[in-house]
Design a protein around this ligand. Structure first.
Ligand SMILES: *Cc1c(COP(=O)(O)O)cnc(C)c1O
Length: 389
């Protein structure tokens, strides 16, 4: 059978503008810690609407720096979602703190303020939350819990570029927000990341820590090569080559978000009548998703049919993914280290085991969404009918 279509799950949107921007940097003298990174930071903060932005080598580096520079470490507990990318939790481990896992809400995939509050102990120092596939966490309520208990808040916004709550961009509620520019994210620089914060002091601290703890930038050195080191640091910089790509990508952010929103709503509409298929989404007005993907969760007779559905969709040319394949406490490293009672994370397990991430990226048209909806409808009808026989 010939395949009707080829719909990749994700596809970096690289144009002539990105290629020219890279060539422009290569033609100059400054390949790193130059003007491109600086401009990218200013433009990124402007796109979010507030805060200080710092380019970093990737999203995981941004998370690591956030906990490290907020002085979270040994003996501290950090509340994290069971359902997330492993980097969210690895960053907590890297500073020697203990992750305390919390199950997610069934409708959004996010930690709720109540669940967070219930996990607080005298050792809790921070909340490390994730806006699940771009659906905003209830930040006003979470910040109320955090300030009542004097907790730091780190927002993992790797899939949340464009995510807002009552107009305020994700990453600007907590102490720090972290972004990723890995190829399948909203914008890409190859690899890359950004940390945003409303706090100038923290921004200054992180700016030093990302470049060896050196007391002055390249541009600030009056005698070339001469500097002092006041604190411990690492090299988590983003090069000017990567930054130049990011600046071009950022110019298309509004278009990217419009197309994602349009595709998401077309696909959601196309799946609306299907029994045993739930779609994760925002739950009230004022919440803006970045529409990273459409997460379809299967239950009833479809609960154990996820792999079969993926196979059939892939055979029809529809690319899919799974966000995420296991609740973090079920991954071997965390299972062996903490031995958490896995029954405590039923909603995380439901999303891990019974959901599929469907594509809504800017490389796709409404027509592609109708095709995906039709294919999935046929597959679901087939699987639910044969069950009855
Ligand atoms: C992609 C991702 C990361 C890691 O970002 P990198 O840039 O690949 O290091 C962290 N958290 C979440 C939620 C992600 O999706």
């Amino acid at each position: 059978m010939t395949q009707a279509r080829k719909i990749p799950f994700g596809k970096p949107w690289i144009t002539e503008a990105e290629r020219n921007a890279v060539l422009g940097v290569l033609a100059g003298d400054v390949l790193t810690h130059g003007p491109q990174a600086h401009e990218f930071e200013k433009e990124f903060a402007a796109a979010l609407g507030n805060g200080h932005a710092l380019t970093l080598s990737n999203g995981t580096a941004a998370l690591h720096l956030a906990y490290w520079q907020l002085d979270i470490g040994a003996g501290d507990e950090v509340i994290v979602p069971a359902q997330t990318h492993v980097a969210t939790v690895h960053a907590v481990e890297m500073v020697g703190a203990r992750p305390v896992f919390v199950d997610c809400d069934r409708a959004t995939g996010n930690m709720t303020p109540d669940a967070i509050e219930a996990a607080i102990t005298p050792q809790t120092r921070a909340i490390g939350l994730v806006h699940f596939v771009g659906i905003p966490c209830d930040m006003p309520a979470i910040m109320t819990v955090a300030s009542k208990r004097g907790l730091k808040v780190v927002e993992d916004c790797a899939l949340a570029l464009g995510t807002r709550w009552d107009g305020t961009h994700a990453g600007l509620f907590g102490d720090a927000g972290t972004f990723s520019f890995y190829p399948v994210k909203h914008i890409t620089t190859g690899d890359g990341g950004m940390l945003v914060t409303r706090h100038e002091d923290l921004a200054k601290k992180i700016s030093k820590a990302r470049a060896f703890g050196i007391d002055r930038t390249f541009a600030e050195r009056t005698v070339p090569g001469v500097y002092d080191v006041l604190s411990l640091g690492i090299n988590y910089r983003l090069s000017d080559i990567n930054s130049a790509i990011g600046r071009e990508q950022l110019k298309r952010l509004d278009t990217i978000l419009e197309r994602r929103a349009r595709n998401f709503s077309a696909l959601k509409k196309g799946l609306a009548g299907l029994e045993h298929v739930a779609v994760l989404d925002v739950t009230a007005a004022g919440q803006t998703s970045s529409h990273y993907c459409l997460t379809a969760v299967f239950d009833g007779p479809l609960a154990d049919k996820r792999t079969e559905i993926i196979r059939r969709l892939n055979a029809a040319g529809v690319g899919t993914s799974v966000y995420y394949p296991h609740p973090i406490p079920r991954l071997q490293y965390y299972r062996e280290k903490y031995g958490a009672d896995l029954a405590r994370f039923p909603n995380a397990a439901r999303i891990s085991d019974q959901s599929i991430a469907l594509p809504v990226g800017p490389h796709l048209e409404v027509d592609d969404m109708n095709y995906i909806a039709n294919e999935l409808t046929t597959i679901v009808r087939d699987l639910t009918c044969s069950k009855k026989n």
